[in-house]
Design a binder for this molecule. Sequence first.
Ligand code: AMP
Ligand code: GLY
Length: 426
Amino acid sequence: MNKVLVIGSGGREHALALKLAESKQVSQVFVAPGNAGMELAINPSAHKIQCIDISAVDKEALVEFARKEDIQLTVVGPETSLAIGLVDAFRQHDLAIVGPSQSAARLESSKTFAKDILTKAKVPTAEYRAFKANEFDQAIAFVRQQNSGLVVKEDGLAAGKGVYIHHHLDDIENNLSYIMKDLNHDLVIEELLEGEELSYFSLLNGDHIIPLALAQDYKRAFDDDKGPNTGGMGSISPVPGYDEEALMEECNQIIVRPLIQALKAEGISYTGILYTGLMMTKDGPKVIEFNARFGDPETQVVLERIVDDFYHLLQVHLNQEIYQVTLKPEYCLGVVVAALGYPGTYPKGMPIQIPENLLAQVRFAGVKSSPDYPLISQGGRILMLIQSGDQLDNLSQEIYQKLNQIQINQTYYRKDIAQKHIKKGD
Ligand code: AMP
Ligand code: GLY
């Protein structure tokens, strides 16, 4: 029997911990630092989960814990842990870990590095120009030559923030001035792509690709894709209207394989989850971004569809074995309950009441325990409710009926997750 460690504290990490706890090969799942919702026992495998009080960015303490506890496998959730070189530190101590090295994780942490590799690999992506913070005049001259929409992206990790969409170019100059002069940040300016957005998740290890699934994230705060960008307010997998297997294969051919070769030419071998953010344009799929980790809240629905023993799957990935994942064909839908005001400022400390029969469908994120209540809210995204089924309209009705039974004051959730597909008849 094996002990495993999950790094992080959100809904994504709750889903990873539950999926690993289901494995017959796993005796215990530690989560560093985890959250109080993860330890609410809801089924026999959830008893295996234990949170430990170590920060997700405390490299030395995490390595020491993994050695002392004889951890057989570690899975990294957040990009911040990757960006500080947690994976490198584990590998230096011969500890098995799923995730890319600090250098490979630049695919996510540096937009200019990602764009450079995409160009070298000749992968379809938005046309772009990178500018250093001191190249304000050049950036202005460049945008004045453009006549269609542009996207401005700050370089460096911005957790979904730092991306500014300009359908019209009226106030782009103020935006550039703010980023380059006030923040002193480098940036990328790129062509605005139009189409449906979706993401492709695969496990890469050197030349070995294990395709996982396609998913869609609802990034905007309010219904009909209105309001500010968030970490994600809901998700669905598979994505209605697409042949999942065929599209994953196409992405491997035109994106992932060329990417692996281009990384190799730089002396980089990528291990871990590759999250490819795609825009389905009229000219075919184009890459919007890469993330070097599982998506949140896509992981919560993608893992629900994986039939295989997840511990075994991750071992096969680390051993570079050829493997075909079995997915449940039905849809899994997830809706995030967020504190009012998120992604801006929001209240904390609201008691959370969930009927016991729904607990197995809840993935907890921004929660903690308190002397008065087992669980109170602590973050912007508090929890996600997930539900599987083969009829989208029934699924949607069921999940919203169940959300009605969850009581947390001063919260909101989107009412239209999957609605666009139901209306289109996908
Ligand atoms: P990113 O941080 O690169 O994922 O960007 C955040 C979001 O901005 C993406 O999920 C897209 O919705 C949008 N976005 C980014 N780049 C583009 C682009 N070139 N064209 C259209 N939308 C984009
Ligand atoms: N849901 C988007 C992300 O994890 O970056």
